[in-house]
Design a protein around this ligand. Structure first.
Ligand code: HEC
Length: 168
């Protein structure tokens, strides 16, 4: 009985393999994201992590239609709130000052002012942080720094998004 069951199971497995071999690759779907090479995985994490929304000038305003050569160079659009006015820095410059292991530590320990979602970045796996580093370092010339943080009450270069204090 057991032998028969085992034989049936392996027959079923063989049929599955044959079916899989018959199925043409679905060209509309990206390859499994985890099977991407590190650079492509890093790019994928950047896109699904929404980093461009703030760290690339005009990215959201242009519905993402910003050429890759301009990605992550920082933005001069300020985020003004009770914390002062912050600017999403040029991440090409930030990463150029760090080695890959230093970046992993930096991202894991990072705590910033709003609206940077550092609490999401710190949950990335080391594998994904390393992939992100390789991708960002492969981008072209780093460009210039974004404007520096402006303390609360001091005049900030315009324009900036005004952020209200959270409800009590
Ligand atoms: C909602 C806007 C927003 C999004 C989305 C965002 N950031 Fe930021 N990020 C900022 C701002 C603003 C700062 C500066 C905070 C400050 O000055 O304290 C910052 C700071 C940082 C820093 C510190 C930079 C430095 O030079 O020390 C890193 C690293 C960073 N972000 C990485 C990322 C990554 C990676 C993603 C995507 C997973 C991301 N950010 C998504 C707005 C954003």
């Amino acid at each position: 009985m057991l032998v028969l069951a085992a034989a049936l199971l392996s027959l079923a497995a063989a049929v599955d393999v044959a079916r899989a071999a018959d199925t043409p690759a679905d060209k509309t779907q990206p390859a499994g994201a985890s099977s991407l090479n590190p650079r492509d995985r890093g790019k994928y994490m950047l896109i699904v992590g929404s980093c461009n929304d703030c760290h690339t000038a005009d990215f959201a305003a242009k519905n993402g239609n910003v050429p890759e050569r301009d990605w992550l160079k920082g933005s001069a659009l300020g985020f003004a709130g009770p914390w002062g006015t912050t600017y999403a820095p040029n991440l090409r410059l930030t990463l150029a000052k760090l080695t890959e292991p230093q970046w992993v530590r930096y991202a894991k320990d990072l705590k910033t002012r709003p609206p940077m979602p550092w609490f999401n970045l710190s949950q990335w796996t080391e594998h994904d942080l390393r992939a992100f580093y390789r991708y960002v370092r492969s981008l072209g010339p780093p460009g210039d720094p974004a404007p520096a943080f402006v303390p609360f009450g001091a005049p900030a270069p315009q324009p900036s998004v005004q952020w209200p204090a959270p409800p009590k």
